[in-house]
Structures are given as structure tokens and as C-alpha cells.
Design a binder for this molecule. Structure first.
Ligand SMILES: CC(C)(COP(=O)(O)OP(=O)(O)OC[C@H]1O[C@@H](n2cnc3c(N)ncnc32)[C@H](O)[C@@H]1OP(=O)(O)O)[C@@H](O)C(=O)NCCC(=O)NCCS
Length: 152
């Protein structure tokens, strides 16, 4: 059985779990984590960081929002995503949050199935928008998402 270890994001993880597209996001999340606005969980498998997922305490009062689930391709389908989500649920409960929300791309049925298996139900939809740097230019992304919630 693999041994998972769940912990908070650290500066050294930026080299391992973030690529050129999302490195700036990782740096911003570390800063927000220091300020107590978010908690970004990292899952280590046998001592190596293989996945991360964030929990935002301030985006919406009374609710904690899960975002940016990512497991390294070689380590998907081994329970890492499940372990990250269950860890974030425990952290949310400890912080006094009873309601969790996340967004999942309508064209990402595999991730949606994982969330449904863990008890999240569709409660709405939105277009998620973000930008990432590609050399000198900024690429704008708009993704149709289902919003899903769970009471923990
Ligand atoms: C979506 C994502 C975060 C899920 O992480 P994961 O580690 O692959 O998730 P899990 O392994 O916990 O579960 C996924 C599947 O593996 C299966 N699984 C879990 N543990 C397993 C094990 N020990 N043996 C075999 N299969 C297993 C689960 O049943 C599930 O199957 P399903 O695809 O039929 O639903 C990951 O695949 C990922 O990073 N994808 C790309 C980015 C992305 O889509 N992010 C989500 C944005 S909302």
C-alpha cells in the first residue's frame, strides 16, 4: 500500500508541482496561505510531492471553496486526489466550515465522477475565467463549469 502524507504547501514545492504556466499562481497561493486566507494541501507519496489542491476560506462568507486540484500524471488513479479532498474536508471542519464548493469543467467528466463519489452534488454553473503567462503574452481562458457543493 502506498503511504500518503498530507501537509501544507511549502516554497520547495514550487519547483516540483508547478510548471511555467502556473508557477506565478503557486507563489501567490503561498503568500495567501501565510496570510491565512487559503490552505493549499500537498500530498506526498513515499516522500515525494505528487499532488496539490487549494481551500479558500475568504472567497464567500460561510463557505470554503476548493480549487486547483492537480495530481502529477504518473500518479493519477492511485487515490491521491481522494486523499487530498478528504484532507481538505477535515481542515475545513476544523476551521468551522460546514459547506464546501468547487467548480469542475463540463468537459472533465473524470474529475466530476471523483467529486460525485465523494458526495459533491451539482448546485449551479458558471464560466470560470483566468489568465496564464506564455512567454511575453497572457493567455485568457474561459471554461464552462459545473458548481458542486457538499455539507461536511
Ligand atoms: C482530477 C484529479 C485531481 C484526480 O486525482 P486522482 O489522484 O487521479 O484521483 P483518485 O485516484 O483519487 O481517483 C480517480 C480514479 O482513480 C480510481 N482509484 C483511486 N484509487 C485507486 C487505486 N488504489 N487503484 C485503482 N484505482 C483507483 C478511482 O476510483 C477513480 O476512478 P474513476 O476515474 O473511475 O472515477 C487528477 O486526475 C488530475 O490532476 N487531473 C488533471 C487536472 C484536473 O482535471 N483537475 C481537476 C480540476 S476540477
Amino acid at each position: 500500500m502506498p503511504t500518503f502524507h498530507l501537509r501544507a504547501l511549502e516554497a520547495a514545492d514550487l519547483e516540483v508541482l508547478f510548471g511555467p504556466r502556473d508557477r506565478a499562481f503557486g507563489e501567490a497561493w503561498l503568500k495567501r496561505q501565510t496570510q491565512g486566507e487559503v490552505y493549499v494541501a500537498v500530498c506526498e507519496l513515499d516522500g515525494i510531492p505528487v499532488g496539490r489542491c487549494g481551500l479558500d476560506f475568504v472567497r464567500q462568507p460561510g463557505r470554503a471553496d476548493i480549487w486547483a486540484a492537480h495530481v502529477e500524471p504518473d500518479h493519477q488513479s492511485q487515490g491521491v486526489g481522494t486523499a487530498l479532498l478528504q484532507h481538505l474536508e477535515a481542515v475545513a471542519r476544523q476551521r468551522g466550515f460546514g459547506r464546501l464548493q468547487l467548480g469542475v469543467g463540463k468537459e472533465n467528466p473524470r474529475a466530476q465522477r471523483l467529486y460525485e463519489r465523494l458526495g459533491y452534488a451539482v448546485c449551479g454553473e458558471e464560466v470560470a475565467r483566468w489568465r496564464y503567462p506564455d512567454g511575453e503574452r497572457l493567455v485568457e481562458v474561459a471554461e464552462d463549469c459545473w458548481l458542486m457543493q457538499k455539507t461536511v
